[in-house]
Design a protein around this ligand. Sequence first.
Ligand code: PLP
Length: 194
Amino acid sequence: MSGATPPPGSKLPGVGTTIFTVMSQMAAEEQALNLSQGFPDFDGPAALLAHVQYYLTHGHNQYPPMMGVQSLREAISGKVAALYGLVADPDREITVTSGATEALFCAIASVVRSGDEVIVFDPAYDSYEPAVILQGGITRHVPLQGADFHVDWNRVQDAINDRTRLIIINTPHNPTGSVWSKHDPRSRCVHPFG
Ligand SMILES: Cc1ncc(COP(=O)(O)O)c(C=O)c1O
């Protein structure tokens, strides 16, 4: 994060304007091709847009249940099962959020207590640390290594202690694109998250 001086009294004095805003603004100013944010240069499937329009104009425009619409939760459950083989109960284990940032914030807020430590892998996505700090938690940064941004498991082991509450895994990793596998070829062991 970088940018302007935060206003006095900020709960996150070390956090400036998000890098996405900074880079997109620079791209606009320089009239450069903006590769810093995922802006699709197409409209999306016409059938999907037609569905959205249909349901918006046929009464589906009110508050949903707090957890999200039942049929959407069931569809998510089916997709997660098909993709990952994980069976999640749509009534108890799935909540719909407005994007990943909100979901991550809720997950972090629900488990991190004051003084807890959270391990993140650098370069870390920029919303993790502020969410941890707002809960009174502390981030422990483990740098990814080399041109392929692999994990140094010895450093992970060194970072874990009695206060470790959470390890945030991001694979495929943003921003490097590295992907974790069950068997890390650089490690003599299967990593603990296999
Ligand atoms: C690793 C990671 N976390 C969080 C987000 C934020 O997702 P959203 O835009 O759905 O809030 C992104 C978006 O690209 C991401 O790559």
